[in-house]
Design a protein around this ligand. Structure first.
Ligand SMILES: [Zn+2]
Length: 418
């Protein structure tokens, strides 16, 4: 049996007083800590004001014939806001919208607060609308990553390149860089191998385009060709082989596109108009009248005028005692006269049939000293090599490229490094 002890009244009063004292002490402590009373917290939760922000947006693609005012009206941009925006747009960057541009309208609680005009993948203009209006040009940052592709030719170079994950533009650039030495239609053999390091441009983690080729190697019919990109102070972007020789030639093989050879170099040819044996000291390219003609190499115009049977004729004096001649011209390019400096590929004249010619064509001669040579067969000199003083640094860059190719994992076939 449990026995209860009697507690005297005196003790009960004492206990009550101690409890009361403790309660007061606790509440004072609370106030010092500034903790809100429980009732207050509860009320705040119940009557918290609605701070909901409703954000919406709409994207508009600019169509033919639309202008900014019409589009702004469609998206309920207040008239005074439109007025302020257009006033700020002093350089007319906003107004110059083109079909295909994307305009994004953003609203906060049904009120316009931002307009973004996307000009292209990298450039946009942002208009922030609040108490004040501001216009800002936004240019996304581009990051260049290096990629590698390599493979063996099984069918055409183009198809083999695609199979090795080479982007289209890189296949084209590759063929262009080595095109001075290799004809990618006729010279390419099954079993030829190719390797290429190239840049890929990324913005915000998204691939935007393929950049330049940095290094390329092609083994064609057992012969090895290399090309390393190099930025030269004087010549700009160039490609040199691993020994510093320019992959470009100092002369174009033919001074015009879209033409075919209608008469070859031939020292014993029967002349079509004069009907007697007369050496044909150049090559004739049949082409449509007014087809542009390019300077085959860098040089200075040394003759511009009429030359009996040749008709309207241009001559260029190049370095190394070489000169080229262009005859039967329809007309010269407007700024071309004796003494004009021309660069390789610059348009100098247009195809015609002036002088003794049966149809529009270009008669083209290539002379070394006084000797006329066959422009189709002559071994063309290379363009300027790398400056001797830069050769050592250049070779170190080539070595880096070769190392990168060596560690490349053929299984994955496309890998970004660095
Ligand atoms: Zn001719």
């Amino acid at each position: 049996m449990i026995e209860y002890k009697r507690i005297s009244f005196k003790y009960v009063v004492l206990a009550f007083l101690i409890a009361a004292f403790l309660i007061i002490l606790l509440s004072v402590d609370r106030k010092n800590n500034e903790a809100p009373p429980i009732e207050d917290v509860f009320i705040e939760e119940l009557f918290k004001p609605e701070l909901e922000r409703v954000e919406t947006s709409a994207i508009h693609e600019v169509k033919d014939g639309e202008n900014l005012s019409i589009i702004f009206e469609d998206y309920r941009v207040p008239l005074n806001t439109v007025y302020k925006i257009l006033k700020l747009d002093r350089s007319n960057e906003l107004r110059n919208i083109r079909p295909g541009d994307e305009i994004k309208f953003s609203f906060l609680n049904d009120e316009i607060n931002r307009i973004e005009i996307k000009k292209d993948i990298l450039n946009s203009i942002r208009v922030d609308i609040g108490e004040d209006i501001s216009i800002e040009k936004i240019v996304k940052e581009v990051e260049k990553l290096k990629s590698i592709s390599m493979g063996e030719i099984q069918s055409s170079f183009y198809e083999s390149g695609l199979k090795a994950n080479m982007p289209d533009s890189i296949i084209m650039d590759f063929a262009f860089i080595f095109g001075w030495d290799i004809d990618f239609i006729f010279d390419v053999r099954n079993g030829d191998t190719f390797s290429v390091i190239y840049e890929t441009d990324y913005s915000e983690g998204e691939k935007i385009s393929s950049g330049d080729i940095i290094f390329a190697e092609f083994i064609n019919n057992g012969q090895r060709y290399t090309a390393q990109r190099y930025f030269d102070d004087e010549l700009g972007k160039q490609y040199f082989d691993e020994n510093g020789k320019n992959v470009k030639k100092a002369f174009l093989r033919a001074p015009l596109d879209f033409a075919y050879i209608s008469s070859h170099f031939n020292p014993n040819r029967m002349h079509p108009i004069l009907h007697k044996i007369k050496a044909h000291n150049g090559v004739d390219y049949a082409a449509r009248r007014n087809t542009p003609i390019k300077a085959s190499g860098e040089g200075v115009i040394s003759f511009a005028g009429w030359k009996s049977g040749y008709g309207r004729t241009l001559e260029i004096r190049h370095g190394g005692n070489i000169s080229t001649l262009y005859a039967h011209l329809e007309k010269f390019e407007s700024k071309i006269k004796v003494g004009t400096k021309v660069s390789q590929g610059q348009i100098i004249a247009f195809v015609g049939d002036s002088g003794l010619a049966t149809a529009p064509h270009l008669h083209y001669e290539f002379r070394i000293g006084d000797k006329r040579t066959d422009p189709v067969k002559v071994e063309l000199p290379s363009a300027k090599p790398i400056d001797q003083s830069k050769l050592e640094g250049f070779k170190a860059i080539v070595q880096e490229s070769k190392e990168a190719l060596k560690v490349f994992d053929l299984e994955s076939n496309e890998v970004a490094y660095e």
